[in-house]
Design a protein around this ligand. Structure first.
Ligand code: BTN
Length: 325
């Protein structure tokens, strides 16, 4: 079957917003027979779309499948560039690996990689990232901003702010950010962000922002090793959350904040980030590769570097660490 046609038909039904469209209208619009329309509808039903056939009237989309397929994301997406190209795989090792490959092949800025499941999802500091099938958002966004490489960590903070805004908007929950990039609900981690770069002597060629958001897991979906520290939006809100709506909202806010950053620099984003932060002003333990420092997290500087004041009054710039509070 012609999958592009099935895709276009799905898009048309989604955009109809639950209204009935007649088989004849669809046939005329796409230049195919009514029997062909019916076959594509059957194809969509096999993929998990729930479509009502209203006698003598036509077809009505009742429910989308719970998947992150491009058609489900792109139909109602309100962005200019983010997500215009989506690479979707049902299962993969890691969306970061796919994104690095696409970036090298010259994919445009704003390309998004989405999957239902990662078998080798990776986190910061070479840790494993638990990515259960269909339960979360496992996504990498490729951007090609014209900034110097040492400003790249700021983008992790921009992405964190975008995810917090999206979670607030879609669920009403109030997440907090733990420096640099952990998003917490009730003190437990629901999101991690991993920013990786492709750069050369000319500067940044691509920035790959990996976002892992726990959405509909129950406790038993998490590996035992993280059960004490991880949570999902469903566990925090008591309700299933629609992943498609959430992906669209994250992409929308990420695009808005990226534009703000490119126009006005990090200063306005720093203020928003600090308003969501649970780290600032608190006593923390910063575990780094070679040493552990204890002190008060005074704030972040204009490069997004954590400023830690130790008991002797000295301020230490922390670039990468695990923070305990
Ligand atoms: C962290 O350690 O907090 C960062 C976790 C980042 C996980 C995401 S899931 C999508 C993307 N693909 C990966 O393999 N990792 C990132």
């Amino acid at each position: 079957m012609n999958t592009t046609m099935t895709h276009r038909l799905a898009q048309r039904l989604i955009e109809a917003g639950g209204e009935v469209i007649s088989g004849q209208e669809l046939a005329d619009e796409f230049g195919i027979s009514r029997t062909a329309v019916w076959k594509h509808i059957k194809g969509l039903e096999e993929k998990g779309y729930s479509i009502e056939s209203v006698r003598k009237k036509g077809y009505r989309l009742v429910q989308l499948p719970d998947s992150l397929e491009p058609v489900a994301i792109q139909s109602l997406l309100k962005t200019e560039t983010l997500g215009k190209v989506i690479e979707y795989q049902e299962s993969c090792l890691s969306t970061q690996i796919i994104a690095h490959q696409l970036a090298q092949e010259g994919t445009p800025s704003g390309t998004v990689v989405l999957t239902e499941e990662q078998t080798a999802g990776r986190g910061r500091l070479a840790r494993k990232w638990d990515s259960a099938h269909g339960k979360g958002i496992w996504m990498s966004v490729i951007l090609r901003p014209d900034i110097v490489p040492h400003k790249a960590p700021q983008f992790t903070l921009v992405a964190a702010v975008a995810v917090v805004r999206a979670v607030e908007e879609v669920t009403g929950l109030k997440p907090a950010i733990k420096w640099p990039n952990d998003i917490l609900l009730d003190g437990k981690k629901c999101t991690g962000i991993l920013t990786e770069l492709q750069s050369d002597a000319d500067g940044i060629q691509a920035m790959i922002i990996g976002i892992g958001l726990n959405v509909n897991q129950s406790m038993e979906n998490f590996d035992e090793s993280v059960q004490g520290i991880a949570t999902s939006l469903k566990m925090a809100s008591g309700r299933e959350v629609n992943r498609q709506v959430l992906v669209r909202s994250i992409l929308f806010h990420l695009e808005q904040y990226t534009e703000l950053y490119l126009k006005e620099g990090f200063a306005p984003l720093k203020i928003i980030w600090e308003s969501f932060s649970v780290t600032i002003g608190k006593p923390v333990l910063a575990r780094m590769a070679n040493e552990t420092l204890e002190g008060i997290a005074e704030g972040i500087n204009d490069d997004g570097v954590l400023q830690l004041r130790t008991a002797d009054g000295r301020i230490h710039g922390i670039y990468s660490a695990d923070i305990e509070m």
